[in-house]
Design a protein around this ligand. Sequence first.
Ligand SMILES: Nc1ncnc2c1ncn2[C@@H]1O[C@H](COP(=O)(O)OP(=O)(O)OP(=O)(O)O)[C@@H](O)[C@H]1O
Length: 307
Amino acid sequence: MSEHTDTGPVVPPDATGSLDPEALEAVLAAPGERFRHDYLEIRDLRVVFDGFVAVDGVDLTVTQGDLRFLIGPNGAGKTTIVDAITGLAPATGSVQFGGVELLGRASHKVVRAGVGRTFQTASVFDELTVLQNLDIAAGAGRRPWTMLRRRQVVPPEVEAALETVGLTHVRDLPAGVLAHGQKQWLEIGMLLVQDARLLLLDEPVAGMSQAEREETGLLLQRIGEQRTVVVVEHDMEFLRSFASSVTVLHQGRVLSEGTVAQVQADPRVVEVYLGSGAHGRGRGAAAQTDGTTSHPGAAPAASTEVE
Ligand SMILES: Nc1ncnc2c1ncn2[C@@H]1O[C@H](COP(=O)(O)OP(=O)(O)OP(=O)(O)O)[C@@H](O)[C@H]1O
């Protein structure tokens, strides 16, 4: 596994490729009926770390076809919500996807329920080729040596994912030589071959060039037409360009929700991003009635603007 770097692509400039709309159509048209009733329904989600309330009674509903962005100042609880959904943080309440309760399931069983996530740093196997990375993601049930062996025939779902994320031309290169954006696309491709119907993406465009952001946004919009996609993001320009809806979190709670225009016009959102940082309001650990504390000094993200 590797952390991403912001170094440029090692593949030649003329081989950078772009996302193929026709390939996208083919992949996204296929699933059809089985995606129809997929939606994420979170009720009264609460995550407490050693008495510290990181997520405090969050309700969230994201339907298939939506492209929901989760935003909020640093420490608002965005990643913790994703961790709770995927079995990586202890939580109470309810998280259902497609009618299946996820809370209490081990991480691998959450994956089997059709939920996939990416992390803030790309987690691909640098030494393995793009194709091998996808093959491993696709073949959870196969034996390691079978997955690593170079195949004569590439499985159709892997072929389709390669084309969807625009990496067919680099499929035999080690993932380690990919540009940062390409690594993120590979991760998304890995979720597609795993057949994730709910994709949870943590800051997918961090460190990307403008062109890569644009490609990524278009990719997510298209994937979001058929799958349920939740994007944790700080990049407001990216959000304005591609979000269908936005949930704003603050101190572990939902502060505002709606279209981009609606949340931008919400005075509470403006206050959190612009007001409390400047004047120091909202800081200090607030004592809860149950003896827990919440969000000491959850500072606004300095780089984040809502206007
Ligand atoms: N394992 C943990 N143990 C204790 N506290 C934690 C743990 N994970 C997260 N926290 C705390 O929970 C709060 C929410 O963190 P989280 O990472 O979810 O915020 P975020 O909104 O994703 O922030 P950022 O935008 O900076 O990534 C923070 O105050 C963080 O320090």
